[in-house]
Write a protein that binds this ligand. Structure first.
Ligand SMILES: *[C@@H]1O[C@H](CO)[C@@H](O)[C@H](O)[C@H]1NC(C)=O
Ligand SMILES: *[C@@H]1O[C@H](CO)[C@@H](O)[C@H](O)[C@H]1NC(C)=O
Ligand SMILES: *[C@@H]1O[C@H](CO)[C@@H](O)[C@H](O)[C@H]1NC(C)=O
Ligand SMILES: *[C@@H]1O[C@H](CO)[C@@H](O)[C@H](O)[C@H]1NC(C)=O
Ligand SMILES: *[C@@H]1O[C@H](CO)[C@@H](O)[C@H](O)[C@H]1NC(C)=O
Ligand SMILES: *[C@@H]1O[C@H](CO)[C@@H](O)[C@H](O)[C@H]1NC(C)=O
Ligand SMILES: *[C@@H]1O[C@H](CO)[C@@H](O)[C@H](O)[C@H]1NC(C)=O
Ligand SMILES: *[C@@H]1O[C@H](CO)[C@@H](O)[C@H](O)[C@H]1NC(C)=O
Ligand SMILES: *[C@@H]1O[C@H](CO)[C@@H](O)[C@H](O)[C@H]1NC(C)=O
Length: 511
């Protein structure tokens, strides 16, 4: 065993033990049973530790009190397939917040293509579950309180009070079931965890591939430890410096932009098979569907206790945003294909809303449901300062003006509404990245599509302004994040990860 490395994080000593890797079995890691199907777990248990292994690391629950209680971080490592070409470890985050990273490494080990070939040939990919998530010490909440229905767009004082009361009661249940970790799942603590993992891995630098929320987590790491940044890729960018209103305006507009592109696609390039609603007045049909479902929720007969049995127009508006992502088909092409969404809309119009009954608006089935970390992290990270019905109506009016079809239903609005009354103070307030620190960071590759329904191109550019060494690669297309699409952007990302090659500034690729 290596001797302990005593390092300084937040100017306090932390002894990073070396990591003990083990076979990824439920016996070794009981939390695995909640992350994969029984068949997959059985198969995983037969996969050699030469291919994948798992580990845990103890870190302080609160990095401001490094000698207090510990929590566990869990991770899975998919090992470099060409050990002769191995460059080190690459820590991967798929976004969320609340997304599990270990499951990506597990999927890859089970033969489901998750990472690019260049990535896996040269790196051990570390699927590190951030605190609160997956194999790490989990956020837990009461599912009944989570599932209680309230509108996030209150129009009366009564509805507003119901919203605040739900938020408070849910938050209280999370606090009681999770313990003190409830107050410390913010991105700053999570970024310090990454530094502990880097040291425990014995890596000189942190190589990082962060998608979506993974850009915020990676950015937070770079701000704290600029001199330890290795090859860092931020794909699908969030900007933690914008005000509540400005965040809302930006995300609302990009969601609406992509919905309009979907409408046009359906009426023009799509075949009638791809879009059963082709040739009709789709924007009107969509608006009518939302109004009708708000009036009389549509059944979701396929749910059977695992999703919401009825779906409102508001549910559809929120879950639509997820339906508009990942659309390039076939792999590597630049052509959008929203046929899945078209099919789902057609099905919903004919009275079966099953496919809109899960997503951002999800249904929890246990105290360890994977839905919870998203809101627990979101409420510590994103400002939610409204305290009155009037302020909510103001946001709704502004959003409806900017986005007449989607009317403000976005992920950032969800935190702004769902965190009012949350029983924990904001832990990671909005701020521009520290420019003194960022000046020390090596080149960072940023990637964003023009028409991303979730992370706006505007955010990528405002984050770029805060990263002097940032080089932004633009993809002229749709979809949220680019790494997995197998097109030109994936090739550029691989070239950076493997060879350190950066694209010229202002490069735009088509796929
Ligand atoms: C917390 O974890 C660190 C690193 O493994 C260890 O050195 C320390 O003793 C642990 N602290 C407690 C209170 O368990
Ligand atoms: C990646 O590797 C797999 C297995 O070695 C191979 O089948 C596949 O064609 C490769 N993909 C690309 C894009 O080269
Ligand atoms: C949480 O715990 C407190 C103190 O023990 C208790 O008063 C409260 O009822 C609990 N709330 C929930 C939602 O469990
Ligand atoms: C789609 O095409 C039909 C028939 O050409 C037309 O009536 C309809 O207005 C178009 N819808 C949109 C949104 O362009
Ligand atoms: C409703 O849609 C879901 C999802 O497409 C499907 O699995 C289910 O069979 C449908 N149910 C009915 C009653 O049509
Ligand atoms: C619904 O769930 C129950 C209990 O989990 C199960 O027995 C039943 O077969 C399910 N029905 C369908 C249609 O999937
Ligand atoms: C679209 O929905 C209608 C019923 O409203 C149905 O007759 C038709 O088969 C559906 N189209 C496709 C491609 O599923
Ligand atoms: C910004 O970064 C510099 C250098 O890394 C550091 O000395 C300073 O304390 C940081 N400022 C804040 C407000 O954290
Ligand atoms: C890295 O550079 C080498 C030499 O130029 C080249 O053959 C290889 O394809 C590059 N790798 C990637 C992933 O771009």
């Amino acid at each position: 065993m290596r001797p302990l490395l005593v390092i300084s994080i937040a100017s306090l000593a932390y002894a990073a033990p070396s990591i003990q890797w083990k076979h990824c079995t439920v016996d070794n890691f009981p939390a695995l049973s909640a992350l994969a199907q029984p068949d997959d777990l059985q198969q995983l248990a037969t996969v050699s530790t030469d291919i994948i292994d798992c580990a845990e690391l103890q870190v302080p629950l609160d990095w401001n009190h490094p000698h207090g209680k510990n929590i566990t971080l869990g991770m899975a490592r998919y090992k470099a397939t060409r050990p002769d070409k191995r460059l080190g470890s690459l820590v991967y985050n798929p976004g969320g917040p609340g997304g599990t990273a270990s499951t990506g490494a597990i999927a890859q080990a089970l033969g489901r293509h998750t990472y690019t070939n260049a990535t896996v040939e040269h790196y051990d990919v570390i699927g590190l579950d951030p605190r609160g998530i997956g194999l790490s010490t989990r956020v837990k909440c009461d599912p009944d309180r989570y599932n209680k229905r309230v509108s996030l767009f209150p129009t009366t004082e009564e509805e507003f009070q119901a919203l605040v009361e739900k938020n408070r009661a849910l938050g209280e249940s999370c606090r009681n079931l999770t313990g003190d970790l409830f107050f410390h799942v913010d991105t700053t603590n999570a970024a310090k965890d990454i530094e502990a993992v880097r040291l425990a891995l014995g890596e000189h630098k942190l190589n990082w591939l962060g998608l979506s929320y993974g850009t915020q987590l990676g950015g937070a790491y770079a701000e704290l430890y600029p001199e330890h940044v290795g090859r860092m890729v931020l794909d699908g960018n969030l900007d933690h410096a914008q005000s509540e209103t400005s965040t809302l305006q930006t995300e609302v507009s990009t969601h609406e932009d992509v919905l309009n592109q979907f409408f046009t696609w359906c009426n023009t390039t799509a075949t009638a098979e791809q879009c059963p609603l082709k040739g009709q007045n789709l924007p009107q049909i969509y608006d009518d569907l939302i109004a009708a479902a708000d009036e009389s929720p549509i059944p979701a007969p396929g749910c059977n206790g695992t999703c919401r049995p009825f779906v409102t127009g508001e549910d559809i508006r929120f879950n639509l945003q997820g339906g508009l992502v990942y659309v390039q088909k076939p792999v590597g092409s630049s052509r959008p294909d929203w046929s899945d969404l078209a099919q789902i809309l057609n099905e919903t119009i004919s009275g079966n809303a099953t496919s809109f009954s899960s997503g951002f608006v999800s249904f929890a089935t246990s105290e360890s449901d994977p839905s919870y970390p998203d809101i627990a992290i979101g409420c510590l990270d994103w400002s939610h300062a409204s305290t009155t019905l009037s302020e909510m109506i103001y946001k709704s009016q502004l959003s409806t003006y900017l986005a007449p079809h989607t009317k403000g239903a976005t992920q950032s609005y969800r935190y702004q509404a769902s965190c009012i009354g949350w029983p924990a103070p904001l832990a990671n307030p909005l701020h521009r990245l520290n420019q003194t620190a960022m000046a020390k960071a090596p080149p960072i590759l940023m990637v964003n599509a023009f028409h991303d329904p979730e992370t706006s191109y505007v955010w990528a550019n405002s984050l770029l302004e805060q990263i002097p060494s940032g080089v932004l690669l633009t993809r002229d297309g749709n979809g949220h994040t680019s790494y997995s699409l197998g097109g030109e952007a994936s090739t550029v990302i691989d070239a950076f990860l493997v060879n350190g090659t950066l694209p010229r500034r202002n490069t735009v690729v088509d796929s």
